[in-house]
Structures are given as C-alpha cells and as structure tokens.
Design a protein. Structure first.
Length: 655
C-alpha cells in the first residue's frame, strides 16, 4: 500500500482542524460569553499563530521517524528505524490532542486576563474569568473526544502497516493495553460533559447581565426618589446617592444634560460592577445614585448549577460506563472467545455466542459462530483421523476445509500402499535379521581366526629376531676365526723363515764340520808322517774327525727336521688358507643370512601389522555386524509396529 505524502496529509489535516476551531472559538466565545469581537479575535488569532507553529513543530518532530521509514526501501530498514516509527504513531494521537486542547484552553482562559489586566477593556470585568474557565473545560472535554479519534483515524492505515512489519521482524512494540468499553465510555463522558461548563458559563454571564440590569434600574429609582426629595433607604439600601452641581463633568451628568425631555441618564460600570444613574432636580442640580451589581443572582445560579453539575457528574459517568458496557459486552465476548480459541483451543467446550443485536456486531458474531462451527467440524474430523478413521467427510467451503479434504485423500492414497509396504518391510526385516545373525557368527569366527594368525605372525617375528641374533653371533665367531687363522699363517711364515735361517746356519756348521774333518784328516796324515810325535795329534785329529762326523750327522738330522718343519709349515699354511677361505665363506654366508633374516623380519613385521589391521577391521566388522543385527532386530520390531498401526486405519472401499 502506497503512503506517499501521508506525513504531509496528516500535518495538513491537523493544521486544518486547528485553524478551523481557532477561528470558530472566538466567534462562539463572543456570541455566548460576550466581549469585544475585534479584541477577542485578535487575542485568539495571536494564540492561533503560536498554536499553528507549535503544532507544526510537534507533528513534524513526532512524524520524523515515520517519514524516514517511508523514504527508506524495505530492504534497507533497520529494526531501530521500524521500532521508532511504530512508537511515534502510538504516542502521536494523545500528545497532539494534549497540545491542541491545552493551547485552545489557554486561549479561552487568557482572553479575559488580557482584556482585564492588560487592555483594561470597559466591556469586561473580573467576573468574566469564571465563564472563560467553563469554556476552557468544555474545550478540553470536547476537543479530546474529537481530536484523539481524528488523529488515530488519520494514521490508522500507516500504523497498521508499520505494526505488521514490526510483527514480521518480531519487535516488541505492543501498545499499552486498552479496552473498547473503556474508550467508548471515555468518549461518551467527554461528549456528555463537554457542553456543560460552557453552558454554565453562559448562564453565569446571563445572570450577571440580569444583575446589572437590576442594579441600573435600582440606581435610576434611587436617583429619581432623591430628586423628588424622598428617602433613599426606602428604595435600595445598597445605593449611594449624592447631589452635584449642574456643571459637573461626570459621565452620567454629561449624558443627562444632552438628553431630551426628562434629563435622566444611567450606565453600568462593567469593570467595577456598579450601576450609576442621575436625574435633574428642581433646583437644577443632579442627583447621582450608584448601586453595586449584586452577586446574589450569580451566586444563586452557581449554587443551582453546581447542584446540576453534581447530578450530571454522577449521572454522566454512570451512563457512559453502562453505554460502554452495552457496546463493549458483545465485543468482549468475541475477544474472550478468540482468546480461548488461540490460547486454550477448547473448541469442543465452546458454545455458539449469543447474537444480541441485528447490526454490525451481530453480523460479526454470526460470522464467528459459523467459523467456530467449521473449526468444530475440522476438529471432529482431525480426532477421527487421529483414531484411524479415514472415512470421515468434511463439510464446509474455503481453503481450510478444502485443504483438510485434500489431506484426507492423500492420507488414504498413502495408507493403502503403506499397508502393503509394511508387510514387505516386515518380511525383509526378518530376512535381514536372520542374515545378520549368520553374518555376526561368521564375523566372530573370522575375528578369532585373524587373532590367531596375528599371534602366529608375532611368534614368527620373534623367531626371526632370535635367528638374526644367533647369526650375528656366528658372524662374530667367523670373524674371530678368520683373524686367528691370519695370525696363525703369519706365525707359520715366521717359523719357516726361522727354519730357513737355521738351515743356512746348519750349512755353515756342516761346512765348518767338513773343513774340520778335512783338517782332522790332514792332521792325521801329518801325524802319521810325524810318527810317534804326531801320535797325540793323530788322536786329537781322529777325535776332531769323529766330532765333525757327529756334527755332520747332527746337521743332517736337523736338516731333515727342518725339511719336515717346512713341509708341515707348508701344510699348515695350506690348511690355514683353507680355514681362512672357510671363515670368509662362513662370514659371507652369515652376512647373507643376516640380510635375509632382516628382510624376513621386516616382511614378517609388515605382515604382522597388516594382520593386526585386518584383525582390527574384522573386529570392527564384527561389532558393526552386531550393530546391524541389533538394528535389523529393531527394524523388524518397528516394521511389526507399523503394520499393527496401519491396520487401525479404516479406508473407504473406493476413493
């Protein structure tokens, strides 16, 4: 809904009402309470200018959040903006009503104050204050009864749209609670009491005017009696009569001199509330009588008016209260019924609301009863459906009954295949449950087998580790054997070298022995040649020759031993070399065995880890299989329950 320019229209409407009543009130004021029209109009016009300025400022400031809300795109509005606009429209009617009635009442009360105390107008007295207060009271009562609903009517559509947006945003901008009977009673009370203070003011002014006329007539009578020489006290005890010369310049004497015929004049001094009359005496002088305006008439009027106001003040609220109850009771019944319907929802316990009048409220009540009947029919249908009866028939027209009938038809279409499906589901669930039991048993066996394999692989890995440790010991022993063999070969080589040197020494010894033998032979020959003298030397030579022969024989024996030693050393060297080769072969074989054992152990560890993983997976599979069995069992139970529940539904034979 477009609200373009709504702020300007609201402001223009309020200012139009202000200007209209601002011009009407001074006219009604002068017409009913009196006073100079020009001065009264000028005072009210000055107040009206201030009134318009204050209203413009107040309405503009109050509607500024609303204007901002209107000028902002819905997508760009914030929660704070919407809240401020809603609150502004909630408080605007009461505040603007207060501003307008206060300024109008101020104009009514201020008019006599300005006329009496500032302008000193001769047509107004202090007795003007009370009627002006009555006018102000009437303006407050009547203005409130008029302006409050007027401003609310001007902003109702816009307020409803902003409140709808606030509700959509879930903002708490709920207005203050109020009741229709209370508002109607307040409106009726304002309208009933509004004219009374003004009417009392008019009556007060009329009584005072009558008192002025009576006082003027008494003053004339007193002046006439004095002029004829009578006693003043016989006419009016409150009058004051004096005699002045003909040349007196007072207002009354001047007016009497200018009159034709009987020189008689009189006037009412409004500011002082006194009547003055004068008449020419026989001696040419003037008798002047002054009579104060009595307050007894106005006092009596105020007493009687007060009694009337007391009666009306008791009667009007009572009538307004019962009037509000009379209008608001049907609305209250509707409100209570809708509250029970929304909060409690006890449709079955709610009866039809009485239709007291054949008017808009009666039509509203009739429509509510029809709506309640439709809801009761739908509630009965929903209860029947909840009990499993899908053969119910829903009457009534509208989206809700049509939707309910469509829902019933779709439920029937759903329940039919669901019954067949539930049987199939129950059968399938039983098969799944049986298969899951078998699968659970197989998974348990497989898990146990994999656990045993895992243990075997762990034992194999331990054996491989033990073999690797033993091979490392063999490898160490082979290394030590090779080192010992190398040392033995070195020692044998040294022994052969020593044997060679010994052989060389033996050759030297043999050579020495051979030479000694030869020398002994030569000596023996020489001793033979020497005869007896050489006999001793021959013995020595023979002995040396035998010794040489023994040395030679010993050297030959030692040489034989050295040859045997060399032969044994060669055999030992060959054996040592073979032993060294065997040790090297053993070391190489041990290294290969160690490498193979390490590879086997790594492979065994990898296989063992894989077996452990497989064991874990198999265990998890066993757990999952158990869960599957439990789920299958639960599915079977639920399928049986579903089949049992679906048997409760009663479906038409043909739909």
């Amino acid at each position: 809904m477009s609200h373009k320019g709504v702020v300007g229209r609201v402001l223009a409407s309020i200012l139009g009402v202000d200007v209209f009543f601002g011009l009407l009130i001074p006219i009604a004021f002068v017409g009913s309470l009196g006073g100079p029209l020009g001065k009264v109009f000028a005072i009210h016009f000055a107040v009206l200018v201030v009134h318009v300025a204050v209203s413009v400022l107040h309405v503009s400031s109050q509607l500024a959040p609303v204007d901002l809300w209107l000028r902002t795109e819905p997508a760009d509005r914030t929660d704070v903006m919407v809240r401020r606009a809603a609150v502004a429209l909630q408080v605007l009617p009461k505040r603007q009503t207060l501003v307008d009635t206060s300024l109008f009442a101020l104009a009514a009360v201020g008019t006599p104050v300005v006329l009496v105390t500032i302008l000193h107008d001769e047509a107004v007295s202090a007795r003007y204050y009370l009627p002006s207060l009555g006018a102000a009271a009437s303006i407050v009562c009547g203005g409130s009864a008029l302006l409050l609903p007027l401003v609310e009517a001007l902003t109702s559509d816009l307020h409803a749209e902003i409140m709808a947006e606030s509700a959509a945003r879930k903002l708490d901008v709920t207005p203050a609670p109020a009741s229709i009977p209370g508002r109607i009673a307040a409106l009726a009370l304002g309208l009933a009491l509004a004219p009374l203070p003004w009417m009392v003011g008019i009556g007060y002014r009329t009584a005072n005017d009558d008192a002025r006329d009576v006082a003027l007539e008494e003053a004339r009578m007193a002046a006439a009696v004095s002029a004829l020489g009578g006693a003043v006290g016989t006419v009016a005890t409150e009058s004051a009569v004096r005699v002045v010369d003909a040349a007196d310049t007072s207002r009354c004497v001047s007016a009497a001199r200018e009159s034709s015929g009987v020189r008689l004049a009189g006037y009412v001094d409004v500011p002082n509330e006194a009547a003055t009359a004068c008449i020419e005496r026989r001696d040419g002088r003037y008798a002047i009588a002054v009579v104060p305006v009595s307050g007894s008439r106005t006092t009596g009027f105020l007493v009687s008016s007060s009694a009337f106001l007391v009666v009306v003040g008791f009667w009007a609220p009572l009538v307004a209260f019962f009037f509000g109850r009379w209008i608001g009771r049907p609305v209250g019944r509707l409100a209570e019924a809708t509250r029970r319907l929304s909060e409690v929802g006890d449709i079955g316990a709610m009866g039809a609301l009485p239709i007291p009048y054949d008017d808009e409220l009666g039509a509203l009540t009739r429509s509510f009863n029809a709506f309640l009947g439709d809801l009761r029919n739908l509630s009965w249908g929903a209860t029947s459906v909840a009990q499993g009866n899908l053969k119910v028939t829903i009457s009534g027209r509208g989206d809700l009954p049509d939707a309910f009938r469509g829902m019933l038809e779709r439920l029937r279409d759903l329940v039919r295949p669901l019954r067949e499906t539930s049987v199939q589901i129950a059968s399938a669930a039983a098969e799944i449950y049986s298969a899951s039991q078998e699968q659970e048993a197989a998974a348990t066996q497989q898990s146990a087998g994999m656990t045993e394999v895992s243990r075997t692989m762990e034992s194999l890995s331990g054996s491989a580790a033990h073999i690797a440790e033993s091979v490392r010991g063999v490898l160490a022993d082979a290394e030590r054997t090779r080192e010992n063999t190398d040392q033995m070969a070195s020692r044998i080589a040294e022994l052969n070298a020593h044997a060679t040197r010994i052989g060389e020494l033996l050759e030297v010894i043999r050579d020495v022995a051979d030479r000694s033998d030869l020398l002994a032979l030569n000596g023996s020959l020489e001793a033979t040649h020497a005869g007896e003298a050489g006999k001793g030397f021959s013995l020595i030579a023979g002995e040396m020759r035998r010794l040489a022969e023994r040395v030679t024989a010993t050297v030959d024996g030692v040489r034989t031993l050295l040859a045997d030693i060399r032969a044994s050393g060669s055999s030992a060297v060959m054996a040592t070399e073979q032993s060294r080769k065997v040790a090297e072969s053993t070391t190489e074989a041990a290294r290969r065995i160690t490498l193979v054992v390490q590879q086997q152990r790594s492979a065994t560890d990898a296989v063992s880890a894989s077996v452990r993983d497989v064991t874990t997976v198999v265990a998890q599979a066993a757990v999952a299989t158990t869960q599957t069995r439990v789920s299958a069992e639960d599915l079977k139970t639920q399928a049986d329950r579903l089949e049992t529940l679906l048997r409760r539904f009663v479906i038409e034979a043909s739909a």
